[in-house]
Design a protein around this ligand. Structure first.
Ligand SMILES: *Cc1c(COP(=O)(O)O)cnc(C)c1O
Length: 462
């Protein structure tokens, strides 16, 4: 399998290279050169298989033989053995034809575990084979950092350094990172805000001299392997509800669009999908683009669904590449214009997107109403991100006969503040992490200075 850049100018890579590379050298994102197909028979034969087996079958063509089948099966099995529910991603029926796909049974209680548990293992496998080591650096305001740490804690060939703004992440989120006491895990609390942390990580990727030649790897959602791992749960949920014999629809709480792009890939591979609904919070660039052809940046709003607080939706570029018939020059031109001024999509690609995608934006007050409404009507306590999806699924649904699957992206205990604000008493942590607030923590506080951070990374990597 070869991967090409959405901006058409970077060299094509194989799977191993694409996993070890972040952004393409032309500023684009990598996508498969051709989309592997799942035939009607192949989809039908997945009914009743374990999640790990479906995962192996869906992902195998993307790996393209670069990991032998037995080894890859083992990586997949180990990745999902860390989940606390036997179904890995159980479907929970809310009403006659609306389902929640619970993606929060992994170690950090959010959907990012599904991809990062596997990505860490794939990276470690390739590095071991090459006899190399690598450093992972990332900045986080919440979910990604803890999921990345949990995904890499057992990886012998990786050292992971995660920067978070000191005293500016919730206690649960901080402790999910800082109580992982593995030798290769380094938490850095930056005396600054998230943007300071992010800027230092970006500067380190741009100039990697401080690592004396060791590889720096990105595990943010532009890494292709994360998308690949997420395709699986769309296929598994679709098949569980009758695909390929009938269509299903999905509603996805969205920010960087990595989650929903994986759903689109499942559709491209052959899963019969009637409708995709993009749910956003008040940071609504995706909704404005689809509804009003307003592809422009707006100031960041801090919302009750903080893991969806974004200005730019990076993985949307992958969808635009298809909407523009894979014309890398057109995508590059559009994205470069968008960087500096409000942009609009051309008519044909926008019309194409609107055939399959709808969107709905949910503000904070409506998030609280949705949490109350869901509890009242279905007994389920939703986290604020999932609540945007729950509401958007009802408001933007094209028809009532196609099963609607809303992706539950986080466990409510992880965002208890919003749940309490909606009028409920706190949400207990699941049993396997009930003692989180008593566990020993380890982190280093550093000033928001690039030199200090880079010296810390260089000195502590193994
Ligand atoms: C990351 C995250 C999202 C947004 O997912 P994208 O792939 O960036 O669209 C939604 N909900 C939760 C809980 C998240 O952690």
């Amino acid at each position: 399998m070869r991967y090409i850049s959405t901006r058409g100018q970077a060299p094509a890579l194989n799977f191993e290279e694409v996993v070890l590379t972040g952004m393409a050298t032309d500023g684009g994102l990598y996508v498969p050169e051709t989309v592997p197909q799942l035939s009607h028979e192949e989809l039908a034969s997945m009914a009743g298989l374990s999640y790990a087996e479906i995962a192996f079958r869906v992902m195998k063509p993307f790996v393209g033989g670069e990991i032998d089948d037995e080894t890859f099966r083992g990586l997949v099995r180990d990745a999902y053995a860390t989940f606390s529910h036997d179904a890995i991603v159980p479907l929970n029926q809310l009403d006659a034809n609306h389902f929640l796909l619970e993606l929060f049974h992994g170690p950090t209680l959010a959907f990012k575990d599904v991809a990062l548990q596997l990505l860490g293992r794939i990276l470690d496998h390739f590095l071991a084979k090459r006899g190399e080591r690598a450093v992972i650096m990332g900045a986080t305001s919440g979910d990604t950092g803890s999921a990345a740490i949990e995904g890499c804690r057992h990886c012998d060939h990786l050292d992971i350094f995660i920067l978070h703004p000191h005293n500016r992440v919730s206690e649960v989120q901080r402790r999910q990172m800082t109580t992982v006491l593995a030798d290769n895990v380094f938490n850095i609390a930056i005396e600054g805000n998230f943007d300071d942390a992010q800027a230092m990580v970006k500067a380190s990727f741009a100039n990697q001299g401080f690592l004396n030649g060791e590889r720096l790897v990105a595990v943010n959602s532009i890494n292709w392997a994360r998308i690949m791992a997420q395709i699986v749960y769309y296929v598994a949920a679709g098949v569980a509800l009758g695909a390929p014999h009938r269509e299903v629809s999905f509603c996805v709480p969205s920010a960087n669009f990595g989650n929903l792009f994986a759903g689109y890939m499942a559709y491209q591979m052959g899963l019969p999908v009637k409708q995709f609904i993009i749910a956003t919070n008040a940071n609504d660039i995706l909704h404005r683009t689809l509804a009003d052809n307003d592809f422009s940046k707006r100031e960041l709003a801090a919302t009750l669904a903080p893991s969806m607080d974004i200005v730019v939706s990076s993985n949307f570029e992958r969808l635009l590449f298809d909407a523009y018939d894979r014309d890398g020059d057109a995508v590059r031109e559009l994205l470069e214009r968008f960087q500096s001024e409000p942009a609009v999509l051309a008519e044909a690609p926008l019309a194409k997107l609107r055939e399959k995608f709808s969107s709905f934006s949910v503000d904070d007050d409506t998030i609280l109403e949705a949490i109350r409404d869901a509890r009242h009507r279905t007994k389920e306590l939703l986290d604020p991100h999932t609540a945007t999806g729950y509401l958007a699924a009802q408001r933007a649904r094209a028809d009532a006969t196609t099963p609607m699957i809303t992706l539950a992206t986080a466990h409510p205990a992880k965002f208890a503040e919003a749940v309490v604000k909606a009028g409920f008493s706190g949400v207990p942590l699941p049993a396997h992490m009930a003692d989180l607030l008593e566990r020993e923590e380890r982190y280093s506080v550093l000033p928001a200075e690039l030199k200090a951070v880079q010296a810390f990374v260089a000195d502590n990597r193994r």
